[in-house]
Design a protein around this ligand. Structure first.
Ligand SMILES: *Cc1c(COP(=O)(O)O)cnc(C)c1O
Length: 834
């Protein structure tokens, strides 16, 4: 059963020349699936087909599909089978997964068979698909990267575990009230989660607080941490099946459980709330995801979350390692641990504690093991986003770790002092303790110090890392920083999200690109082909009609599918500069009002993204977008030629609907501030042209697609630095640009907020006083680049040629490529691509 299920002949035939497929085979598969789905519906869900909702069908289908994954999974983890030489452990506080049904079906080659099976039962697979809630255990790019990496590790055969937290509530649901963002709790688990296996028997104690004791065992004193409080970490496993079902890895998420479910003393006294209080407090650790993005959460509960999942993961992997290999000292030969940002960097002192205090490994040897095992990915250079924790909090919560951090620091500073005598400035920048701001532990320095490799996520970001945050550490360890430009999984972001375009590509160049995206380059010689343009245009038009329908339903705005769809979808943040896009929108609006009868090009400005609940400016920008949308959309002088839509509740599933319908991709962050971006890659791959700054991976997209196929504008990272150093004067820039002056006047004066004319007065004044993200500095260049967009869009064959080249050159941005680089250059793991 397994072989047929794992790689159905239908999907394998064209590439691998496996057994030729014929219709009866695939429909036999559909019949089998149909029986299995019905059995699951009856015996696991407990429903009859007549009574079943789409949600019930989803659960039954997921369970039937899961069985086939599990067959592979158990085979791969069979104790009789040879162990992989080395495993990768990816520690991430966030996994922004989205829905899993089509991932599983696509990778198993069962999508069409399942469609047929359900159709036979009178059920529509597409409706079943949308009944699955998004697993939104992440904020944005960082969490989505972790999810793409899980898919790629399973696909290229890197034996791996992902470790994180099973939040009861993922990222909040965004609603709109009068154009203001409202946050509502997210409830993805309320109907159960058919993909996961709870393992209440896999649990580890996680300590907090208490004190450290020295006990004599032989000549050396040993440190024993006596925590005041213990939380249990319980495992929930989700199998992650890779492309063509060859490999299945595990995503293991930890849930917090109180050792004592109830205080019977309190209960018997009649104090029913008090009887549960401890349990509620302890289990709050895995209750909610912190919704901040690019800013540290800062609260004690967050530090508890970080230590909770890190400690559970280390205990678990060391348990596996010693069971398989006996000696903890050989850990680095068999284990590579990747720290996704600094959130798990408490792993460094935790591993030292386990090795030295528990296993009695001498300090120097333990440090070698630690360095050889860990590597760390930096995701941001924004100074306000660099994590640090107050020393008193660390001492109270993790007293032994604080001692270990002090000792690591003393040894590192001593080594640096020997190499650079007299350089006290150096010592203060490489110290694990920031003495300037009330004594804090710098988590970035801790992660850097404890890792053999530290990577940035795009070429530019890695270069800036060397020059800024880690300049001195880089000087001391010049081989440690490497670049690993981010990537995206093509299986989700092309094949599943855009089946129309995928079919057109298959017809044009064959299906090999599904196995190796480099084959997309075969499109290059066809880039000018009118027949291909026609097919791609037709496929995109269908996607645009589908998106127009969503905009109609959710925003009650009609948009013309033949207009240019100009898309900016990402977290709302000042550095991402949604404001710059809005200012241009107002500039077009003003121009159209001034000359209503000119032949204006139809355009739809589409926005989506969440703002951190406490980020007031970001929330005001959302309100501004909605105010502009209302004004523009209801102005009859525009004849519907300009529309603006802010789609609420941006998440992975909404991204999958917007991206295949986009013509223009807005990647307009202040240069030097977006570490990589991955939304830029998804949109380019699907044939949208990028308008963007030379920031993050935009630089590499430009190199791959060529200058003629991208709209680059604005200050470079170096120029941004220089401007800031000189002291930037926004007022002067605005005085020099009559368009911008007029735009800001209209917003400030209440043209878009007649109900509250002063709503944006302080905001605009603030921008003129401190334009931290240089919106006004880049406005004219951005406006001019947008005019180039218009020009090219009018010459549709040239536009389409650029679009095809964007898809053709997108292969390099596959996360399979990224993971291959991590495997070879950081983890020293050989992927099993056989
Ligand atoms: C890809 C993705 C992101 C990251 O987008 P950027 O434009 O790179 O910031 C954020 N959220 C979701 C839901 C995504 O799919």
């Amino acid at each position: 059963m397994t072989d047929a299920a794992v790689a159905s002949p239908e999907t394998v035939r064209p590439v691998r020349g496996a057994a030729p497929a014929d219709a009866p085979d695939s429909s036999a598969e559909a019949k089998k699936l149909s029986k299995e789905i019905l059995a699951e519906l009856t015996y696991s869900v407990g429903r009859t087909p007549a009574k079943a909702s789409n949600r019930d069908w989803f659960v039954a289908t997921a369970l039937a599909v899961r069985d086939r994954i599990v067959d592979r999974w158990t085979l791969e983890h069979d104790p009789e089978r040879p162990k992989p030489a080395k495993r990768v452990y990816y520690l991430s506080l966030e996994f922004l997964i989205g829905r899993l049904l089509f991932d599983a079906l696509h990778n198993l080659g069962l999508t069409e068979e399942t469609r047929e099976a359900l159709a036979g039962l009178g059920v529509d697979l597409d409706k079943v698909r949308t009944a699955e809630p998004d697993a939104a255990l992440g904020n944005g790019g960082l969490g989505r990267l972790a999810a793409c990496f899980m898919d790629s590790m399973a696909s290229i055969g890197v034996p791996a575990f992902g470790y994180g937290i099973r939040y009861d509530h993922g990222l909040f649901r965004q609603g709109m009230r009068d154009g203001w963002q409202q946050e509502y709790p997210e409830d993805w688990l309320s109907f159960g989660n058919p993909w996961e296996f709870p393992h209440p028997e896999i649990d580890y104690p996680i300590g907090f607080g208490g004190y450290v004791e020295q006990v004599m065992q032989g000549p050396e004193p040993r440190h024993v941490w006596r925590p005041a409080e213990t939380v249990e970490a319980v495992a929930f496993d989700t199998p992650v099946v890779g492309w063509r079902g060859k490999h299945v890895n595990t995503l293991r998420l930890w849930s917090a459980r109180a050792p004592d479910p109830i205080s019977l003393d309190a209960f018997n006294r009649g104090d029913y709330v008090g009887a549960l209080a401890d349990r509620v407090r302890i289990e709050s650790i895995s209750k909610v995801l912190y919704p901040s993005d690019e800013t540290p959460a800062g609260q004690e509960l967050r530090l508890r979350q970080e230590y909770f999942f890190t400690s559970a993961s280390l205990q678990d992997l060391i348990h596996r390692h010693t069971a398989e290999n006996g000696d903890v000292r050989s850990l680095a030969d068999h284990v590579a641990i990747q720290l996704n940002d600094t959130h798990p960097s408490i792993a460094v002192p935790e591993l030292m504690r386990i090795l030295v205090d528990i296993h009695g490994v001498p300090w120097a040897e333990a440090w070698k093991i630690t360095l050889a095992t860990f590597s760390y990915t930096n995701h941001t250079l924004l100074p306000e986003a660099l994590e640090s924790w107050p020393v008193p909090l660390m001492e109270r919560l993790l007293p032994r770790h604080m001692q270990i951090i002090y000792l690591i620091n003393a040894l590192e500073l001593e080594a640096a002092r020997e190499r650079r005598p007299g350089d006290d400035d150096l010592l203060s920048t490489i110290s694990l303790i920031d003495e300037q701001n009330g004594r804090r532990v710098r988590m970035g320095v801790l992660a850097f110090t404890g890792s053999h490799k530290v990577n940035g996520v795009s070429a530019l970001h890695t270069e800036l890392m060397k020059q800024t945050v880690f300049r001195d550490l880089h000087g001391l360890h010049p081989d440690r920083i490497v670049n690993k430009t981010n990537g995206i999984t093509f299986r989700r972001w092309l094949a599943q999200a855009n089946p129309g375009l995928t079919e057109v590509i298959k017809d044009a160049i064959g299906p090999e690109f599904l196995d190796d995206p480099k084959h997309l380059e075969k499109l290059v010689p066809l880039a000018g082909d009118a027949g291909l343009h026609e097919k791609i245009t037709a496929a995109r038009r269908r996607n645009k009609i589908a998106l127009a329908k969503i905009i109609q339903e959710r925003n009650e705005v009609y948009v013309d599918p033949d207009a240019l769809f100009d898309v900016q979808i990402k977290r709302i943040h000042e550095y991402k500069r949604q404001l710059l896009n809005l200012l241009e929108t107002v500039a077009i609006y003003n121009a159209m009002r001034a000359q209503p009868m000119r032949a204006w090009m139809p355009r739809v400005k589409i926005f989506a993204g969440k703002a951190a609940a406490s980020y007031h400016t970001a929330k005001l920008i959302i309100k501004l977008a909605n105010d502009i949308a209302r004004t523009v959309n209801s102005d009859p002088t525009l004849r519907g030629l300009l529309k603006v839509a802010f789609l609420p509740n941006y998440n992975v599933s909404l991204a999958e609907r917007i991206i295949p319908a986009a013509d223009l991709s807005e990647q307009i962050s202040t240069a030097g501030l977006e570490a990589s971006g991955t939304g830029n890659m998804k949109l380019a791959l699907n044939g949208a042209l990028t308008i963007g700054t030379l920031d993050g991976a935009n630089v590499e997209i430009k190199e791959h697609v060529g200058d003629d196929n991208i709209f680059i504008f604005g200050l470079t990272a170096q120029e941004v630095e220089a401007r800031k150093r000189r002291g930037y004067d926004a007022r002067a820039a605005v005085d020099a640009s009559s368009t911008l002056r007029q735009v800001l006047d209209s917003i400030r004066g209440g043209v878009f907020s007649p109900d509250d004319p002063n709503r944006y007065r302080d905001f605009v004044d603030g921008l003129l006083a401190h334009d931290t993200f240089l919106v006004t500095a880049d406005f004219d260049a951005y406006f001019a680049a947008q005019r180039q967009v218009y020009k090219k869009w009018r010459d549709r064959p040239t536009w389409m040629k650029s679009s095809v080249i964007n898809t053709a050159k997108g292969g390099w941005f596959s996360s399979d490529r990224t993971i291959g680089e991590y495997a070879r250059e950081i983890w020293d793991v050989v992927p099993d691509t056989a």
